[in-house]
Design a protein around this ligand. Structure first.
Ligand code: NDP
Length: 315
């Protein structure tokens, strides 16, 4: 038993939600311990320029912004640890968590900020340009601005893809939307909006073969799955909008999730989950906004809710 660590606030995940929760919790003297998770810094570390986070008038790269948030959390002595939590037991009054190395932690409060992971097609060329920042993105709101006045391609057929295609159509001269089946999955209203937008060209029954380019993307090769005919579409940006997967698998036995795996708030307007003392912030509970600033806002809420929970217990 002696090697069990007891903490008052454990933060799982290190995106804008986790770091903001850490800043607030540390300043409230809750001595937060953070496990950074599989991708320290979260999804923003795969973004180039962030221009829509208030306070950076010149913009900042995603990785640089996350280092700044980390430094701010450390300034107030957040105990930031490399590694991840891969098992929890929230059945009792003490919240038990285990690291991937088997270390057991008992936390009075837990803030889940594990985020979500954008799905990609998995093509080698897609990953190459994603990692190099050369024209592949999974977030039109984040990156669409860089393609204004240009031609882009977007893949996907759900509400997100329709919303993002429509968003891009206002910035770009032409948006080609690749739908793998013969119809959208999106709601009728979203599909109709795309159908009625003049500069969106819809290609149904169409698969992506390869993202083409040299240092940066300049075209996308596609194939009609009915005819087998391949076509090359000129484009400087390739947007992937085929869904996200919330990183919530380890919590599913204890925390209420919706049908797609997002954590459900026990009480809207708070960060509370169904387990007292366990709070959620950021994309693990947000399939609607998914922005750094909204994640940061809910990170603040989670830390304040955790602080009040501890205060009510007499801490
Ligand atoms: P969804 O899971 O609803 O849709 C994913 C889409 O991506 C599907 O059309 C699917 O195609 C397609 N897809 C998956 N894999 C591939 C692939 N390998 N190649 C090509 N296409 C692929 O995800 P969303 O992010 O769109 O939506 C998630 C949830 O959020 C939904 O419940 C949605 O309604 C909701 N939402 C609501 C919004 C709103 O109301 N304003 C806005 C955004 C999201 P297929 O259909 O062929 O399976």
């Amino acid at each position: 038993m002696s090697d069990i660590e007891k903490v008052s606030c454990l933060i799982i995940g290190s995106g804008p939600a986790g770091y903001t929760a850490a800043i607030y919790a540390a300043r409230a003297d809750m001595k937060p311990v953070m496990y950074q998770g599989m991708q320290p810094g979260g999804q923003l570390t795969t973004t180039n320029e962030v221009e829509n986070f208030p306070g950076y008038p010149e913009g900042i790269t995603g990785p640089a912004m996350m280092l700044e948030l980390e430094a701010q959390a450390k300034r107030f002595e957040t105990d930031i640890r490399w590694g991840f939590i891969d098992k929890v037991d929230f059945s009792g009054t003490v919240h038990k968590c285990w690291t991937e190395e088997g270390k057991e932690i008992h936390a009075e409060t837990v803030i889940i900020s594990t985020g979500a992971t954008a799905k990609y097609l998995g093509l080698e060329s897609e990953q190459k340009y994603l990692l190099s920042g050369g024209g592949v993105s999974a977030c039109a709101v984040c990156d669409g601005f860089f393609y204004r006045g240009q031609e882009v391609v977007i893949v996907g057929a759900g509400d997100s893809a329709c919303e993002e295609a429509h968003y891009l159509s206002k910035l770009c001269t032409k948006v080609t939307m690749l739908v793998r089946k013969d119809d959208f999955r999106a709601s009728k209203i979203m599909g109709d909006r795309v159908r009625n937008t003049a500069n969106i060209e819809l290609l149904f029954n169409t698969d992506t073969v390869e993202v083409l380019g040299d240092d940066v993307v300049n075209a996308v090769k596609v194939k009609n799955s009915l005819t087998g005919v391949e076509t090359i579409i000129p484009a400087t940006g390739f947007f992937v909008a085929i869904g996200h997967k919330p990183n919530t698998d380890i919590f599913k036995d204890y925390i209420n999730l919706d049908e797609t795996g997002y954590i459900k708030y026990e009480q809207p307007g708070t960060s509370r989950t169904n387990v007292p003392g366990v709070f959620v912030a950021g994309d693990a509970a947000d399939k609607t906004y998914r922005q750094a600033i909204t994640a940061a806002g809910t990170g603040c809420m989670a830390a304040l809710d955790a602080e009040r929970y501890l205060a009510a217990k007499g801490h």
